[in-house]
Design a protein around this ligand. Structure first.
Ligand SMILES: [Zn+2]
Ligand SMILES: [Zn+2]
Length: 213
């Protein structure tokens, strides 16, 4: 019904436009060899990495490697090298505070489950520099299992979770911290270094995961 309505509306707008101006015939250019299909891709078809961690190693202030980290209280401290993982583990609490010196409220209207959050009943969680308001205790359990997915769903309420359990690149189990957005889907990978292969041929990955739309 809606679709019919918008099509009618679009047609009406189009004819009004055509009426107002002398229509100029626009020759359709012949597709040339070497034309890149990328030119017709919408921004929705880009692979967007959902990375919510610290960008600088708390040990030596170097740029982090997203696949190197130490975990404490369900939060990851990303570091630059294996040596820094060892250093961080010696004093994880202090390193966590150094990696995330402050926490800012997450800009979200809904909980990750899609429910509106009643401020009076919300369960607050501070995680990797974000203050997250969840709708209740059930979602806290879910958040602890897959925090990045929950935050991605809160910040992209229209996105669908592909819920794949194996990395589409190498078939290994996924890491709950490695999430990308592609064609409005949340797709899970096993490690950040597999994203490059994903970006090379995202359509193949989408086909493999049988993504709709
Ligand atoms: Zn380091
Ligand atoms: Zn919820």
């Amino acid at each position: 019904m809606n679709r019919v309505f918008s099509m009618t509306l679009a047609a009406a707008v189009f004819s009004a436009g055509a009426f107002a101006q002398t229509p100029t015939p626009t020759p359709t250019p012949k597709p040339q060899e070497g034309d890149k299909p990328a030119a017709t891709q919408t921004t929705k078809e880009k692979v967007t990495v959902v990375f919510l961690g610290n960008e600088t190693c708390p040990v030596d202030a170097k740029a982090i490697d997203r696949d190197k980290w130490a975990e404490i209280d369900g939060q990851r401290i990303f570091v630059c090298s294996d040596g820094c993982i060892a250093t961080v583990k010696k004093d994880a609490k202090a390193m966590l505070a150094k990696a995330y010196p402050s926490a800012r409220p997450l800009d979200a209207k809904e909980c990750g489950c899609g429910m509106a959050v009643d401020a009076a009943k919300a369960t607050p969680i501070t995680w990797q520099g974000y203050k997250v308001a969840l709708c209740g205790d059930a979602c806290v359990t879910e958040f602890k299992k897959s925090p990045v997915t929950m935050i991605a769903l809160m910040t992209h309420p229209d996105a669908k979770d592909a819920k794949n359990t194996a990395d589409p690149i190498d078939g290994k189990p996924i890491d709950p911290w490695v999430v990308v957005l592609y064609k409005n889907h949340l797709i899970h990978l096993g490690k950040f270094s597999n994203i490059a292969a994903f970006e090379k041929d995202p359509a193949a990955v989408a086909a493999k995961l049988k993504l709709s739309g």
